[in-house]
Design a protein around this ligand. Structure first.
Ligand code: C2E
Ligand code: CA
Ligand code: CA
Ligand code: CA
Length: 278
């Protein structure tokens, strides 16, 4: 037994060490990634479920092509960038890139075009964040109505007063706000009551397995109905098949995003998709 316990301890010991080393390695490479041009913004189509199935926008999703580490997913490096503060610089890069592209794309479509950009809590809490967004909209000549900022509950956790003020200021200039990953946190319902949003994004975990899971269907149906009662638009994310699409469409969901319509692609490829549709 003693031997076994010893083995377990050293097993966990080495695993933790390994994880820490990996983290350090990622972090040291990430510090240079922007300067070395290794970061690229991809775009995933946002579809309207009302007007047939048309692309009405895109979500900007960051990609890191590292020569040393290969392609590293944002789920691995965004948390690191958040913990060392680099997310400010990286988030800024995404804002510039995506708004520059959007300045062409909103002219290409007849429908109002939306660029959706993920904002991390640290970024949102920066002083003058709202003014910064206004400056960028002016710089790239993108109408505020074409910008949607995706935020998560993390943003609302800390300084309630500041969050309320910034969200109201952004909405006052015409920028819309969507609450991302809805349903995965701890107190999403209380946030809906406290803050005002434009859009609610149903997390992928509800949408996947809709066809196999009665409970997921009931929850998804209830979320859509509740959002509409609160006058919020609803996006379902992670739509992968026709069953899921027809279910959410029948329930009155407004927008959809997922591999059924398209994976995140480069700006060039997304541009072609938009042009092919017009
Ligand atoms: P998210 O904001 O919830 O983004 C949606 C994620 O779901 C994306 O993963 C997207 O590729 C994936 N996805 C979309 N449709 C489907 C589908 O049908 N099936 C499946 N299996 N997956 C689908 P991705 O690109 O790996 O991003 C992961 C997370 O990293 C994002 O989750 C977001 O929290 C964060 N992230 C990505 N880019 C940025 C960024 O520029 N800034 C910040 N702050 N966070 C970012
Ligand atoms: Ca998002
Ligand atoms: Ca999400
Ligand atoms: Ca997510």
């Amino acid at each position: 037994i003693c031997k076994k316990e010893g083995a377990m301890v050293s097993f966990f010991g080495t695993e933790t060490q390994k994880a820490a080393n990996e983290r350090l390695l990622l972090e040291s490479h990430l510090l240079d990634a922007l300067r070395l041009n290794e970061l690229e913004v991809y775009y995933q189509p946002l579809m309207s479920l009302r007007q047939g199935s048309k692309i009405i926008g895109a979500e900007a999703l960051l990609r890191w092509h590292s020569p040393e580490l290969g392609n590293v997913g944002p789920d691995r490096f965004i948390p690191l960038a958040e913990s060392n503060g680099q997310i400010i610089e990286i988030g800024n890069f995404v804002l510039h890139q995506a708004l520059e592209k959007a300045s062409h794309w909103f002219k290409l479509t007849e429908l109002p075009f939306k660029i959706a950009i993920n904002i991390s809590p640290l970024q949102f809490r920066e002083r003058h964040f709202v003014e910064h967004i206004e400056d960028l909209l002016r710089l790239y000549q993108v109408p505020p109505q074409s910008l949607e900022l995706e935020i998560t509950e993390g943003i609302l956790l800390q300084d309630e007063h500041h969050a309320k003020g910034s969200l109201a200021a952004l909405r006052a200039i015409g920028v819309s706000i969507s609450l991302d990953d809805f349903g995965t946190g701890y107190s999403s319902l209380s946030y809906l009551q406290k803050y005002s949003f434009d859009t609610l994004k149903i997390d992928r975990s509800f949408v996947s397995h809709l066809e196999f899971n009665e409970q997921n269907r009931e929850l998804t149906r209830a979320i859509i109905a509740m959002a509409h009662k609160l006058k919020l638009a609803v996006i379902a994310e992670g739509v992968e098949n026709a069953f899921q699409e027809s279910f959410i469409r029948d329930e009155g969901c407004d927008y959809a995003q997922g591999f059924l319509y398209g994976k995140p692609v480069t700006a060039e490829v997304f541009h072609q998709l938009l042009r092919a549709q017009e």
